[in-house]
Design a protein around this ligand. Structure first.
Ligand SMILES: [Zn+2]
Length: 72
């Protein structure tokens, strides 16, 4: 699959960290499966990966004070 951002890179399966700020809290979901561009590093998440991110984000908001880090 060609990258739609830089249009030159090839997207290859790998893992990446997903960082998001929700309700003024930094949520980092580590080691999420994604297709990652070998040129610009853009990550493409599958539907399953997005569901996983949502689940982990919900957990983080329930359990954390400020910053929550996850290790799979
Ligand atoms: Zn790219």
């Amino acid at each position: 699959m060609k990258c739609v951002i830089c249009k030159t890179g090839e997207c290859l399966p790998g893992t990446t960290h997903f960082t998001n700020v929700v309700k003024e809290k930094l949520v980092v979901v580590k080691n999420v499966n994604a297709n990652i561009c070998n040129n610009c590093g853009e990550a493409y998440f599958s539907t399953e990966a997005v569901e996983y991110i949502k689940m982990k984000t919900k957990e983080a908001l329930k359990n954390s004070e400020n910053v929550e880090l996850f290790t799979v």
